[in-house]
Design a protein around this ligand. Structure first.
Ligand SMILES: [Zn+2]
Length: 309
């Protein structure tokens, strides 16, 4: 803990130094054309802030190709945050580093926004009765993956729009209009896939990374995870046996892996159960395409719908 605080102090110090050095040039350039300088933590938040801002603000994201669960910001990232007008992250349970950074940012010029603030989060399945404390961290109890449910995404987009409207009231109408159009598209996704999943023969799907609980709940499906809530978490031999039995009992044909997680566990299962592997992208890293956030989300929903029909 102590070591960590020293690390933070060092990072914050570098942030000030770097911020002071790099500030002038980059600032002058972007200020001419763009309103606020907004730094975001990872892809879904970045994509939402961008869509709600339209052309109004200069938006960047600090997360690289590593997954958000194990992400720790570099000193350059911290510098970028301190150099911004606004820093937006998803939730203090998903990005605890952002929560720790928050108190010192409050004393700076940077406005910090938690994009999921006030949203009702579900417990991680199986941990409903656990209490925080006794070595159990709050971040392990609540499922952060709201961005994979179109309705929750719409809710978060509206929270972001409201917060940006407060900060930049001159452009309130734009933010609200963009959020409404985003929400309308998100609701359309739900409406389009609700009847498809209702008619689906299979209601259960198996994933390597249990990122799809909210999506499953929205469409009346059941998700069974191979690994735990984090892509780095290997299941115990007992869990593996349980899953093998589950696959047999429910005649599971497919296991969904994610492109940026280790598929060692899934490979083992393929060999021992004969299921096939497909990819569902939890959208925790920006996909290499020009599609909008909701288009990327729909690609995933479509893959799932195709599989379960
Ligand atoms: Zn995840």
């Amino acid at each position: 803990m102590k070591k960590r605080s020293i690390l933070w102090l060092t990072l914050v110090f570098f942030a000030f130094v770097l911020g002071a050095c790099g500030q002038k040039n980059s600032r002058d350039k972007s200020d001419e054309t763009k309103g606020m300088k907004i730094v975001t933590s990872f892809y879904p938040v970045y994509a939402m802030v961008k869509e709600i801002s339209g052309d109004l603000n200069d938006i960047r994201m600090i997360q690289s190709s590593s997954g958000i669960h194990s992400f720790e910001p570099s000193s350059n990232d911290i510098a970028a945050i301190y150099d911004a007008d606004v820093f937006v992250y998803h939730s203090h349970t998903l990005e605890p580093w952002a929560g720790s950074l928050d108190p010192s940012l409050q004393k700076s010029k940077v406005t910090v926004l938690e994009a999921s603030e006030g949203m009702a989060l579900e417990r991680v399945p199986g941990l409903e009765d656990m209490e925080v404390g006794d070595g159990i961290d709050e971040k392990n109890l609540y499922d952060p993956h709201t961005w994979l449910d179109p309705e929750k995404v719409a809710e978060e987009a509206q929270i972001i729009a409201d917060k940006l409207s407060e900060l930049d009231s001159a452009n309130k109408e734009n933010y609200q209009k963009n959020a409404q159009s985003f929400s309308a598209k998100a609701h359309d996704l739900t409406k389009k896939y609700q009847p498809i999943f209702e008619k689906a023969n299979q209601k259960t799907f198996v994933t390597q990374h249990t990122a799809f609980s909210y999506l499953a709940k929205r469409f009346g499906l059941n998700q069974l995870g191979i690994a735990g809530i984090s892509p780095d978490q290997e299941p115990s031999p007992r869990q593996l046996t349980e899953i093998q039995e589950f696959v047999k009992t429910y005649k599971v044909r497919t296991i969904f892996t994610e492109s940026n997680a280790s598929s060692k566990v899934a490979d083992t299962l393929v060999k021992s159960t004969g299921v096939s592997l497909k990819t569902l992208n939890p959208l925790e890293v920006a996909p290499q395409n020009d599609k909008s956030y909701l288009e990327n989300l729909e690609d995933n929903i479509e893959i799932l719908a195709e599989e379960l029909k």
